[in-house]
Design a protein around this ligand. Structure first.
Ligand SMILES: O=P(O)(O)OC[C@H]1O[C@@H](O)[C@H](O)[C@@H](O)[C@@H]1O
Length: 281
């Protein structure tokens, strides 16, 4: 048996409050298909959301899980990180079931997207929460009659409680692009610690990563996405962000399931999907 969930408001924006029967909760905005809160069953908030973030149509939210599509950062002619995070998405379904809660949102091309990106597409975000796990899937179908190419990321802001001892495990042996130095490198350490600005695109990420933060262990897995972006702005850049409070950079680490280094190519009628799964261990 499923119970439909109706639209409420969060910071003045339309939102879906997902509740699974086991107590897991999540808040998903229609603006940008943006997840702003995830509380696993019996646990605390797992995502960072800046108290100084703007919550307004057309603007990007600082925190939660921004959906980056169809361009990553400034790697193309579109606005930074693409237009999807500033668009209103349509609610397709939202319901709580016997042991989970699910929502599906959709974004199609319109006059404004075709002006900057001349393609007919349908993008979908599907979100599922159950117990201590969250799954977010981004899918895209080429609905036009010419090929299209895009980059995408689920730009997850994980909440940190102890940055000084926090680390990310599972990247050892992987090649990455260091966006701070604009150089390619390979990681040798098993644990990535955060000591200053970190902005890296890891390639061919096939194994689970683990965020270690005090006693907390959060497993981060991805499917369909080949890359993982790890970003923390560090003190100077973090404190200069107008939508983040001073010291806010110490409370977050972005671990993004991404497809950046090799953009997705879709022939007419073709589809692609990528998923990020978070699980509190
Ligand atoms: O400030 P924005 O547009 O949300 O971007 C935040 C960061 O997003 C990350 O994905 C990029 O790797 C960083 O270079 C960037 O600074």
């Amino acid at each position: 048996m499923t119970t439909p969930i109706s639209i409420t408001r969060y910071q003045g924006l339309e939102a879906i409050e997902l509740r699974a029967p086991d107590g897991a909760r999540a808040t998903l905005l229609l603006h940008g298909a943006h997840l702003v809160s995830w509380v696993p069953a019996g646990a605390d908030e797992q995502l960072y959301l800046s108290p100084r973030s703007a919550f307004a149509t057309g603007q990007a939210i600082r925190g939660g899980v921004p959906v980056i599509f169809p361009q990553f950062a400034t790697r193309g002619p579109l606005q930074r990180h693409g237009f999807a995070r500033g668009k209103p998405w349509q609610l397709v379904s939202a319901e709580s079931g016997k042991d989970d809660a699910l929502a599906v949102l959709r974004l199609n091309d319109d006059g404004a997207t075709r002006m900057v990106w001349p393609h007919a597409f349908e993008a979908e975000i599907s979100l599922r929460i159950a117990g201590r796990a969250l799954e977010i899937e981004l899918a895209c179908e080429n609905q036009g009659d010419t090929p299209l190419s895009f980059s995408a990321a689920l730009h997850t802001y994980l909440r940190l409680t102890q940055i000084m001892s926090a680390s990310l495990q599972g990247l050892s042996g992987l090649a990455y692009w260091d966006s701070t130095t604009e150089r390619a490198a390979t990681q040798h350490e098993d644990l990535l610690r955060l000591d200053g600005e970190t902005d890296r695109i890891y390639q061919d990420v096939r194994h689970s990563l683990t965020l270690r933060d005090g006693d907390r262990r959060l497993a981060i897995r991805q499917q369909g996405f080949a890359d993982a972006v790890v970003w923390n702005p560090g003190q100077a850049k973090g404190d200069a962000l107008p939508d983040m409070p001073e010291g806010g950079w110490k409370q977050m680490l972005c671990v993004e399931a991404a497809q950046v280094l090799k953009p997705v190519e879709l022939a007419p009628g073709e589809s692609w999907a990528g998923m990020q799964t978070l699980e509190l261990l």
